[in-house]
Design a protein around this ligand. Structure first.
Ligand SMILES: Nc1ncnc2c1ncn2[C@@H]1O[C@H](COP(=O)(O)OP(=O)(O)OP(=O)(O)O)[C@@H](O)[C@H]1O
Ligand SMILES: [Mg+2]
Length: 155
């Protein structure tokens, strides 16, 4: 299993940045793990690696559900936080199903309802703490495109 341990906020951002630099087409990534374990921190780095303009302040879309950022290579970053979502039907209102029509990098915090609805993510990153409060980030790939990206990340 692929795992990375980060000791600081910056290291988690750097990991996100490296992955953002590798991505060159659409992908969906589930970020799972408890409150405060570093999911949004990771997305900040991911945005930087994807070339999202530094003028954008990356904040968690806890109330807006989704934030959209133009990125390099004709990609768009969609950052979702479903913590406050009550039913998966609510996602229809924000046009979630249409996102796949774009070259979309979709990252989802609190993806439980989508997973229950059998939405297929390409990658899942689980965030956890170790005994010294470092972050242990584990990577799981689903399907061929997830596997391809994972092998690029860890090559
Ligand atoms: N190694 C680390 N990686 C990431 N964040 C860290 C690390 N060490 C300390 N932190 C701190 O932990 C907090 C992580 O907050 P963050 O908003 O990224 O969590 P989250 O998983 O998105 O939480 P939520 O579920 O509430 O959205 C930040 O305050 C960050 O500075
Ligand atoms: Mg968050």
């Amino acid at each position: 299993m692929h795992q990375v341990i980060t000791r600081t906020d910056e290291q988690t951002q750097d990991l996100g940045q490296q992955i953002g630099q590798i991505l060159d087409s659409g992908i969906s990534i589930a970020l799972t793990g408890d409150l405060g374990c570093g999911k949004t921190t990771f997305v900040k780095g991911l945005a930087r690696g994807l070339g999202v303009d530094a003028g954008y302040h990356i904040t968690s879309p806890t109330f807006t559900i989704i934030n959209e950022y133009p990125a390099d290579k004709n990609l768009r970053l969609y950052h979702l936080d479903l913590y406050r979502l009550e039913s998966v039907e609510e996602l229809a209102y924000i046009g979630f199903e249409d996102l796949a029509d774009y070259d979309a990098v979709i990252v989802v915090e609190w993806p439980g309802l989508l997973m229950k609805d059998r939405y297929l993510f390409n990658l899942e990153l689980t965030f956890a703490w170790d005994s010294e409060y470092n972050r242990v980030i584990s990577f799981f790939a689903y399907g061929q495109s997830g596997t391809n990206v994972l092998s690029k990340i860890f090559s």
